[in-house]
Design a binder for this molecule. Structure first.
Ligand SMILES: Cc1cc2nc3c(=O)[nH]c(=O)nc-3n(C[C@H](O)[C@H](O)[C@H](O)COP(=O)(O)O)c2cc1C
Length: 204
């Protein structure tokens, strides 16, 4: 059976993004083995001075870390391993301030690891993750499908590029404008759920 990693950041009580990711889980849990990383309860450690320098020493410098140093990196390394073990990755998040919430970016910074999920070549970075696919489920208050916001949607291009850096093609299912079009919330979520059905039939 395939393995699917759900990475979810949906902290708001009554979250619409959670509705979508829960729908994905409910409709696919018999077809794939699901692991959930709830970033609202288990956030990655930020790359502050100690962790960033251990990362650079190990991943760029090729230095083997001591047991103690490995312990410091353990939590974040577990998150990278979850990506390596998955066939499919679903990232669910709202847009915050034109981009992804800081907690989601922190996860991205942790799972993109030189020598593990990507490598540097003369031609530029090359993804090391093969045969994986990602789904990005994203919602927003305003409509990022049209200008003037379309040009300042840094969220979906960012996550797509970051998955791409690891060699993982990403599909986006978005419900943009949930506060801008309050009368259409149910219609938009239903449409996203149809897209989820379509994709999950392709995947599983
Ligand atoms: C801190 C914060 C920042 C937000 N920034 C934006 C934004 O830049 N653009 C936007 O359209 N909506 C923004 N929103 C609204 C959310 O993206 C929108 O309500 C989303 O659907 C919330 O998802 P949820 O229902 O899963 O909580 C923001 C909400 C919060 C709480």
């Amino acid at each position: 059976m395939t393995k699917t990693l759900i990475v979810s950041y949906t902290p708001r009580v009554g979250s619409n993004t959670k509705q979508l990711v829960d729908y994905f889980i409910d409709t696919t849990k018999d077809k794939t083995e699901i692991t959930v990383l709830d970033l609202t309860k288990n956030a990655p450690d930020l790359l502050l001075e100690e962790k960033l320098n251990l990362y650079v020493k190990r991943n760029f410098g090729g230095v083997v870390l001591t047991e103690e140093e490995q312990q410091v990196m353990f939590k974040n390394d577990k998150m990278v391993n979850q990506v390596l073990e998955a066939d499919f990755i679903v990232l669910a998040s709202p847009i915050f301030n034109m981009s992804v919430p800081a907690t989601v970016k922190a996860w991205v910074d942790v799972v993109i690891q030189a020598g593990i999920t990507f490598t540097q070549t003369e031609m530029g970075p090359k993804g090391l993750c093969e045969n994986k696919q990602a789904l990005v489920l994203m919602t927003s208050g305003s409509d990022f499908n049209i200008e003037p916001l379309k040009s300042v949607n840094f969220a979906t291009p960012l996550v797509n590029a970051c998955f791409g850096l690891m060699g993982i093609p990403a599909t986006n299912i978005t419900a943009f404008g949930l506060q801008q079009y309050p009368d259409k919330i149910e219609e938009m979520l239903a449409s996203s759920k149809k897209e989820i059905d379509f994709l999950s039939k392709k995947w599983f």
